[in-house]
Design a protein around this ligand. Structure first.
Ligand code: N01
Length: 554
């Protein structure tokens, strides 16, 4: 067996101490790899540590928004809400870290600035902001997919004299919004969560809307002791259901096309799933809300009718109703009193589609000739999704080429979002082109896949894994092919969705995620494993005379 510890500080370094980092640390430890997790923040939790804005909570239900691999965690942790708050998810992650004794291998306040692969020694050197360097054989990104915040390209953002905050950079000590005039830009899942919560605190609230969203409202019931007892008994079945679902949720597949039932029956089904709330509507009504434009438009019409029922002012209701794209064109957010918030007199919806925001001024926000004077501006303007964290630091592979340069020159390419050609022994948890899903499922299954792959590498004296160029071409084509069969393509383009890269001016239009279904993706991962990792080039440790360029499959 290969001695993989030679002259390196670690066998594996994982960047990021969120869900991914914790799962990977646990699984790599189990196979005896000396693993270290690095995180730039001063606490674990990843996205759940940095996203502290008021109202932050999961859009997925508690039962499948957790790991299933640890019996201790399953038996001892109790969720309290159907859609847990950010604070509760953070407490869960801390519980996981303590219960699995993970903290001793997590180094906080250690921001990675670059990681450079050395071909001669087959080693990654990880350079930290404090000047330190650590070496490792395997480098794993657990940096998160929606973790590189972006500010809008509106002139004058820096000139505003009041307070300004991004939802993903919310101050740890909180923000006192009482009695203030607040403006919010951005109505994706983050903005939609913050609206009803701060509406109750602020004096005047201006919500600047460029593109309305289809929000599915929900109740957020308490989780009882009996609910948790049931879940503990049925955890494996719940998890399996989520793992077999295209979007990673533990839900029943729909049975009928929206086009195959009578208008009355359609309304009845829409109504019943609307009442169940959240992701139930998108996933359980009909088979084709994500694949048929006509079906998606029927769902759109239903939600528009709900908006008109909830929002008392017809003009506001109309403004909140998307007309330029249909349901699923954006990631569908879960609402907790979102539409109802616009019934309060001090909550004003400002349409910036017709007349865009011209500038942020010293005093507030200028829309056309109207200046809205504000004390606080909140940016809920999203992220450089999927690739942002990976291209924001220098990940330098073979020949000194960065991942950023590779994707800029060749387009987004990877083998199943796990590894990229030119970057031996670099692995990504939730890399680009991994499923559009409740993310806990691909995080856990990905950690378990990596565990088996690296154990196999040890047992077979494999020096490195590296995606073949052919595998990248195949996966890119597959990601585009399947994505274009969904309304996420046609409608996502219109809605400037982040999953197509459309939310960032200049970012190429490419599917950032795999839309072909989480269960299909997992089947591809199993096939790669069963093939002996055939499309991940690997070289058996051998005398130095062996030419690396002749790397062969086992
Ligand atoms: O970001 P977004 P997000 N002028 O990109 C607007 C996950 N998430 O942070 O649509 C004016 O969706 C932009 O307007 P438009 C989830 O996967 C999960 O809300 O481009 N407006 C849009 O309204 C989600 O999908 C959870 O016209 C500008 C908004 O900013 C993903 O994170 C909670 C603008 C950005 O929306 C991202 O959500 C929260 C400009 N120049 C998030 N630039 C949970 O499940 C941007 N906007 C808990």
């Amino acid at each position: 067996m290969t001695d993989i510890t030679t002259a390196r500080d670690y066998d594996a370094i994982v960047i990021g101490a969120g869900f991914s980092g914790l799962a990977i640390l646990h699984h790599l430890r189990e196979i005896g790899l000396r693993t270290l997790v690095l995180d730039g923040e001063d606490a674990i939790g990843g996205t759940w540590w940095v996203n502290r804005y008021p109202g932050v909570r999961t859009d997925s239900e508690y039962s499948y928004y957790s790991f299933s691999f640890s019996k201790e965690v399953r038996d001892e942790w109790a969720w309290t809400e159907r859609y847990p708050s950010g604070e509760e998810v953070l407490a869960y992650l801390n519980f996981v870290a303590d219960r699995l004794d993970l903290r001793r291998d997590i180094q906080l306040q250690s921001r990675v600035e670059s990681a450079v692969y050395d071909e001669t020694s087959n080693t990654w050197a990880v350079h930290l902001a404090d000047g330190g360097t650590l070496t490792t054989r395997y480098l794993v990104s657990g940096m998160g997919v929606l973790s590189q915040p972006i500010y809008p390209d509106i002139p004058g953002v820096d000139s505003f004299r009041g307070e300004k905050y991004h939802t993903a950079e919310w101050p740890r000590e909180g923000v006192d919004l009482a009695g203030k005039r607040v403006g919010l830009i951005g109505l994706g899942a983050s903005g939609i969560q913050i609206v009803p919560v701060i509406a109750g605190e602020v004096d005047e609230f201006h919500v600047f809307q460029r593109t309305p969203n289809f929000v599915v409202e929900t109740e957020n019931e308490k989780v009882s002791a009996a609910d948790m007892a049931w879940l503990r008994e049925n955890y494996d079945a719940v998890y399996e259901k989520a793992a077999n679902h295209p979007f990673g949720v533990a839900m029943e597949p729909a049975e009928h096309s929206a086009l195959d039932v009578s208008a009355e029956e359609r309304r009845r089904i829409f109504e019943s799933k609307w009442n169940e709330g959240g992701f139930h509507f998108a996933n359980e009504c009909f088979t084709d809300l994500a694949t048929s434009h006509e079906a998606s438009e029927l769902a759109s019409e239903f939600i528009r009718s709900k908006i008109a029922e909830i929002v008392r002012d017809p003009a506001t209701a109309e403004l909140l109703s998307p007309r330029d794209y249909s349901f699923n064109g954006k990631r569908v957010p879960t609402g907790h009193g979102y539409y109802d918030a616009f019934n309060q007199e001090h909550v004003h919806l400002v349409d910036t589609a017709e007349t865009p925001i011209t500038a942020v001024t010293e005093k507030g926000i200028l829309v056309g000739d109207t200046e809205y004077e504000l004390d606080v501006v909140i940016f809920a303007t999203g992220f450089d999704a999927m690739t942002g964290t990976l291209t924001n630091i220098d990940i330098v592979g073979r020949g000194g080429r960065t991942l950023r340069d590779k994707w800029l020159a060749d387009g987004l390419k990877s083998n199943l979002g796990i590894n990229a050609h030119g970057f031996p022994n670099f692995f990504m948890s939730l890399g680009p082109q991994t499923p559009y899903s409740n993310l806990i499922v691909p995080i856990q299954l990905g950690a378990q896949w990596l565990q088996r792959a690296l154990r196999w590498a040890q047992e077979n004296d494999v020096e490195y894994f590296e995606a073949t160029p052919e595998s990248e071409d195949w996966w890119r084509a597959e990601t585009e092919r399947t994505g274009r069969q969904t309304v996420m393509y046609t409608e996502g383009k219109k809605a400037k969705a982040w999953f197509l890269g459309e939310n960032i001016p200049g970012k190429p239009e490419e599917f950032q995620v795999y839309m072909g279904g989480g269960q299909v993706y997992q089947q591809h991962c199993r096939e790669l494993e069963e093939s002996g990792y055939a499309s991940l080039l690997h070289r058996v440790d051998a005398p130095e005379s062996v030419d690396v360029s002749e790397s062969v499959d086992a």
